[in-house]
Design a protein around this ligand. Structure first.
Ligand code: PLP
Length: 511
């Protein structure tokens, strides 16, 4: 029996990343002829994984990245034939990997073997890594000692899992401002007996009014569960969780928080807030390796319908039935994603090791700079749910009245190298409520963002309004794209062309 194992081998450098390729879409249908097509394709460039320098004590918050991210200096080609480092303002959708995460995954890869299934040394080591990651992830959200952490694929998976565990007949209360992932799992219908039935309560125009509406509804009818966002993926705003929990628990109602946009931006404490469950995603928390989590109370998860039926979730199987394990194994059938779990645990450790208040100060400075910059652009309107909402996270949705958000986003990408999101952000009822059923633009910051990134976006918007696009854009398959895209394709990645795609049901409302 060996007494030691090499657990920290030399990290292998992450592969370089190249410019995305040109797309020359066929069948361009409609478009805005705005100027001469820019000529000349930038040569494809390769850059090694970017090393962002961490903010130091003398920096103004937001001046420099807070943590180093893989790909921070990846160049992208512009239509004018030049290239520039990608300005990533789409962190609310997915974040790049922390360098610490990529390094950890490289370290662990040589140790990888089957989890929970093998007598071999590396199998047992991989199992220990997986279970250790589970503990780290639970500690990151300050779970109570008797809480359980189920490792899932992402927030959507976590919330669907919990939906299968709501006690029979239990009703769910949800606001009309949620991401579809925290709306659809609760919206059963008469024929769907597997899903709980939800009431969708309209949010009031103020935080205080919305809290009062929740209190009234909980007094009017019994609810098993209140499913609420920890931070809106559209406006970055949220209700104060301690107050939400107090009024829900007073009515005998449990609380699950959709933490997809909260966990990457703020420290969360289940023990401190008494939130019953929190769901979140690794790919939004700088660990894009396919793992997410549902952390919280054990009782419903021990008793509820197994999320997936299969090996690992059962104690004993007969031809006429099975005896299921309690949570977490009950909901983790199939071979576990050990590398995803290790990656998410490393991201949690790295974020937890930041000095107290540093993340908050960094992102608040960026959000304030962004909102002030947008206010300087003629006509731009920032969407707010509640003017009295305190301390929103760095997710800002805005419109440029008179201009299609898809066109503005395509222009910012092709002519400025800026990545942000356009559309309805998988929150159709909220976009309708905000008067933006035609879609909007969303800029979102993270630990790798800087004030200069925000300045680039604001300058790009000024340029758009002053001069218009420098080439012709067209709507192809429902998405705005460059009509004659001269940007070069990268080599060595097996990618022939890039193309905009209308994400299922996330584009503008049908006419
Ligand atoms: C608030 C919110 N909830 C849930 C989700 C779904 O997350 P995932 O796609 O990781 O399941 C998202 C994704 O954008 C989100 O922003």
């Amino acid at each position: 029996m060996p007494t030691s194992v090499q657990t920290r081998p030399e990290p292998v450098a992450a592969p370089g990343v190249a410019c995305p390729p040109a797309a020359a879409p066929d069948g361009a249908s409609t478009g805005t002829a705005t100027g001469p097509a820019s000529a000349g394709a930038a040569p494809a460039e390769h850059a090694s994984a970017g090393t962002a320098s961490a903010e130091n004590a003398d920096d103004r918050p937001g001046e420099r990245p807070l943590l180093a991210l893989v790909g921070a200096t990846t160049p992208v080609p512009l239509l004018d034939g030049t290239s520039r480092p990608y300005t990533n303002l789409d962190n609310a959708a997915s974040t790049p990997a922390l360098e610490a995460v990529a390094t950890r995954v490289q370290e662990v890869l040589p140790l990888y073997a089957s989890v929970h299934r093998g007598a071999g040394y590396l199998s047992q080591l991989s199992t220990a890594l997986y279970e250790g990651s589970r503990r780290t992830i639970a500690e990151f959200v300050d779970a109570r000692p008797d809480d359980v952490a189920v490792l899932t694929r992402n927030t959507t998976d976590s919330l669907n899992l919990l939906a299968g565990c709501v006690p029979p007949g239990g009703r769910v209360l949800v606001l009309d401002l949620e991401h579809h992932a925290n709306l659809l799992p609760w919206l059963g219908d008469e024929d769907d007996h597997d899903r709980p039935r939800a009431t969708v309560l309209p949010a009031a125009p103020t935080v205080a009014g919305t809290l009062a509406a929740i209190r009234d509804e909980l007094a009017r009818a019994p609810y098993a569960l209140l499913a609420i966002t920890g931070a809106s993926n559209v406006t970055g705003e949220a209700l104060p969780l301690p107050e939400v929990v107090t009024l829900a628990h007073a009515a005998g109602t449990r609380v699950v928080v959709d933490g997809a946009q909260l966990v990457p931006h703020r420290r969360v404490s289940l023990a401190g807030t008494d939130v019953d469950w929190i769901a979140f995603s690794g790919h939004k928390t700088y660990a894009p390796f396919g793992a997410g989590a549902l952390v919280g109370r054990r009782d419903w998860l021990d008793e509820g319908r197994p999320h997936l039926a299969g090996g690992g979730a059962v104690r004993d199987v007969r031809t006429d039935g099975a005896t299921w394990h309690p949570a977490p194994a009950r909901h983790e059938a199939g071979s576990p994603n050990v590398l995803g779990a290790v990656a998410l645990a490393q991201a949690c450790e790295t974020l937890a090791a930041l000095p107290e208040g540093a993340l908050h100060a960094h992102e608040t400075a960026l959000r304030e700079h962004l909102v002030a910059g947008l206010a300087s652009v003629d006509g731009v309107r920032v969407a707010r749910l509640w003017e009295d909402a305190a301390d929103p996270v760095g997710v800002v949705t805005f419109t440029v009245p008179g201009h299609d958000p898809g066109l503005v986003a395509a222009y910012l990408s092709a002519e400025h190298g800026i990545g942000l999101r356009d559309g309805r952000f998988c929150a159709h009822p909220l976009l309708a409520r905000l008067g933006a059923s035609g879609g909007a633009l969303r800029a979102s910051v993270g630990v790798g963002s800087t004030l200069a990134d925000v300045d680039r976006l604001v300058a790009g918007l000024h340029g758009f309004l002053a001069d218009g696009p420098g080439t012709r854009y067209a709507v192809v398959d429902g998405c705005w794209t460059v009509a004659q895209d001269t940007r070069p394709a990268p080599t060595g990645y097996g990618v022939d062309a890039i193309a905009a795609t209308a994400a299922a049901a996330c584009g503008p409302a049908p006419a």
